[in-house]
Design a protein. Sequence first.
Length: 184
Amino acid sequence: MRNHRIFFLLSLLTCVTMAACVKEPDYSMTPAISFESIRKITKTSNDGFGGKAKIDSVIMSIRFEDGDGDLGITAAEIKGNSKYKDFRNFEVDVMLRKNGKYVPITFSPKLGGLMNFQFRPDQKPGPIEGSIAYSTQFVYAFYKGYSPLFTEKNDTLKFQISIRDKAFNQSNVVETEPIVIFQD
């Protein structure tokens, strides 16, 4: 019995020692991203005029790494520093397949926006990693309002995504897999 206790205590001490030796990852100060997934949810909603409208919600997910953890930004930081005027830290470009090739579609306002929260609640610098999901909607009734290049049905889109940190370091650009919107 005594040998079992000694073995257990040595095992516990080894685990604690190994856990204490875990080294923080050494990521670049420039954010790095990779494509994780894309999916579409089609739903029907009230159109505000007594009818129904079909909507495609497209959800894109990416993985990120950042060496100093300065990805999110708060409303107070934006308001308190003029360098963040018109700051966007999640950017999405849309590519539409036409005649077998992908062409850029210009949206106004541009897709994407602001990750307006802190990724590190303690706000201390240090490496972070995780996933971010972004969602946008395409309403069937307004398909031509998005772009004159859209057809009535079965448009194939890809999205190019990048992120930016508070020091204005721009990540690499990742491209999603194609997805079809406006399907019957």
